[in-house]
Ligand binder design. Structure first.
Ligand code: UDX
Length: 445
């Protein structure tokens, strides 16, 4: 059992604190927001994450997990402190480091014994060295400390599983001994552990996320080509995925990536590259292709319906992806904005994100379920791939719509079935119609 303190109780911090306590460590999680901490002490979670509530509750009851707003309390007798604060994007794309800076200063001012400072936030390459300087300068008297970078690779909605079964643990430090100590903490997870220097560890995180984002923009470009050439991108992706050099994951075409990580991290990496005089051609294209996905779906809707003024459009799903209430950089926000600007009336339903979403889109009417969204709609757009939309009573949906037109932004339905049911169905990259000739396409010999 180790004593660990975690700074920041957002997604990363709370999952890290809960899971390390579940592994038998004594954990104290700190946040400067008093309300958040008070809520957690009452058992209220600030975020929606499947399974997290149970892990938190179990460990609070066992006395292994505590919450505080006091650095003094958090750092008392503590061997490790994990920095898990946000690094939002500034307007230019570089990461805003004010929370990391504040955390480093407070750690320096309140530590009383040697400490391993582990950074989990996604931070620009070079931040570990900067944090070390900051702590050294802010310490009232010199006490030994070591900085280790341990980037997180958690997916929202799957965070507990990802923490407990990581594909790898990356540790970067100037001190091999400190990296080994952090490695010890991760041993029960039985994942491969990569030990390297600070900057390389920080870069592994950016390069991984940028590569995944590239895969998504790539398949979205292929989807558009499929659509025009009469091929089906879902089958193309499946066929590609059997090649282990390609892999089957992250080839879902649709509305592009959103959320708290990919948009911010790709932008930040391009910014870092450009600051060093490199043209980030691939990263810039990845971002451009991704940005166009949201316009694409509204353009297609306009092509099908003509003028949207006064039309009633339903949105199924609002969160940036399923199993989360996270609305950060969610495609739904831009799609709703475009539809409203074109004069449409917009109704929406999301199983968990409506509370967060309603302030971001006050002119969108929030509905009680998917059927209420479809009722009287001229078209429905599937924006988030929630499982509950996969098994809707589609005949009921069809009969209640003013026109049975579905834009499936996540390809959750089978085109043949939708057509048989009498929908006018538009998936993404589902150009195959079952006919040899489509839209005047020539059949090649
Ligand atoms: C991501 C990374 O996966 C994780 O390792 C990192 O640490 C944080 O960022 P997350 O943002 O929670 O996690 O979501 P993820 O499931 O990776 O999806 C990211 C975005 O890509 C979502 O908007 C999702 O809809 C989109 N996506 C994903 C696709 O459009 N197609 C795909 O094939 C996969």
């Amino acid at each position: 059992m180790r004593k660990i303190s975690v700074v920041g109780v957002g997604y990363v911090g709370l999952v890290t604190a809960a899971c390390f306590s579940d592994l038998g460590n004594q954990v104290i999680a700190l946040d400067i927001e008093e309300q958040r901490v008070a809520g957690l002490k009452r058992g209220e979670l600030p975020i929606y994450e499947p399974g997290l509530g149970e892990v938190v509750q179990r460990n609070v009851l066992a006395g292994r997990l505590n919450f505080t707003t006091s650095y003094k309390e958090a750092l008392a007798d503590c061997e490790f402190v994990f920095i898990c604060v946000g690094t939002p994007s500034s307007v230019d794309g570089d990461a805003d480091m004010k929370y990391v800076q504040a955390a480093a200063r407070s750690i320096a001012e309140n530590m009383t014994a040697p400490l391993v400072v582990v950074n989990k936030s996604t931070v620009p390459v070079g931040t570990g060295d900067w944090v070390a300087e900051l702590i050294k300068d802010a310490q009232p008297q010199p006490i030994d400390f070591w900085v280790v970078s341990c980037p997180e690779f958690l997916r929202e909605g799957e965070a507990i599983g990802d923490f407990m079964n990581p594909h790898r643990t990356v540790l970067g430090s100037t001190s091999r001994e400190a990296a080994d100590k952090v490695a010890q903490l991760h041993l029960p997870l039985r994942s491969p552990i990569v030990i390297t220097d600070l900057r390389t560890a920080e870069m592994i995180k950016y390069a991984s996320n940028a590569f995944l984002a590239t895969k998504i923009s790539f398949i979205n470009e292929i989807a558009d080509i499929c659509e025009s050439l009469g091929a089906d991108v879902k089958e193309v992706a499946a066929g590609m995925g059997f090649d282990p050099r390609i892999g089957k994951h992250f080839l879902e075409a649709g509305l592009g990536y959103g959320g708290s990580c990919f948009p911010k991290d790709v932008k930040a990496l391009a910014f870092m590259a450009e600051e060093m005089g490199h043209e980030a051609n691939i990263l810039n294209s990845v971002m451009e292709v991704n940005g166009l996905r949201r316009e694409m779906i509204v353009d297609r809707l306009k092509q099908a319906l003509g003028d949207l003024k006064g039309r009633s459009i339903g949105l199924l799903g609002l969160a940036f992806k399923a199993n989360t209430d996270d609305m950060r950089d969610a495609p739904s926000v831009d799609i709703a904005k475009e539809l409203l600007a074109a004069g449409a009336k917009v109704r929406a339903y999301d199983p968990v994100a409506m509370d967060v979403a309603k302030d971001l889109m006050p002119k969108v009417e929030m509905s009680k379920d998917a059927y209420a969204v479809a009722d009287g709609a001229d078209a429905v757009i599937v924006v988030t791939e929630w499982n509950e939309f996969r098994n809707l009573d589609l005949e009921r949906v069809r009969d209640s719509m003013s026109q049975p037109i579905i834009f499936d932004g996540r390809n959750i339905y089978r085109p043949e079935l939708m057509n048989t049911l009498g929908f006018t169905y538009h998936g993404v990259g589902r150009g195959y119609t079952g006919k040899r000739e489509k839209n005047g396409l020539k059949v090649r010999p």
